[in-house]
Write a protein of this length. Structure first.
Length: 94
């Protein structure tokens, strides 16, 4: 498996999971050593930050998770806020 394919596989697993995934399980799934896994994690994290992607990695000592990028919170809030439309009074209201 090539380097980019490994990163793609990790990204796919994290996306499908939605929850934190143990790094050791990711490492087992893609068949890499501890050192290779550390390098992949570091590379992915730097790439996501550099490209200001809509998702970022949340990394702990034992797990990884895909999370939304807080830089784009205002857009998400705009989408999920109820639309408050002004309506003029109806003749029935009188």
């Amino acid at each position: 498996m090539e380097y980019n394919e490994r990163m793609g596989a990790i990204e796919c697993i994290l996306f499908v999971s939605g929850d934190p995934v143990p790094i050791i399980e990711l490492q087992r799934a893609i068949g890499v050593t501890d050192i290779e896994m550390e390098h992949i994690i570091r590379s992915m994290d730097e790439l996501y930050k550099r490209e200001k992607r809509g998702v970022q990695l949340f990394i702990t000592a034992e797990t990884m998770q895909l999370v939304s990028n807080k830089e784009y919170t205002r857009y998400v809030e705009e989408l999920v806020q109820p639309c408050l439309l002004y309506t003029s009074p109806s003749p029935r209201d009188a």
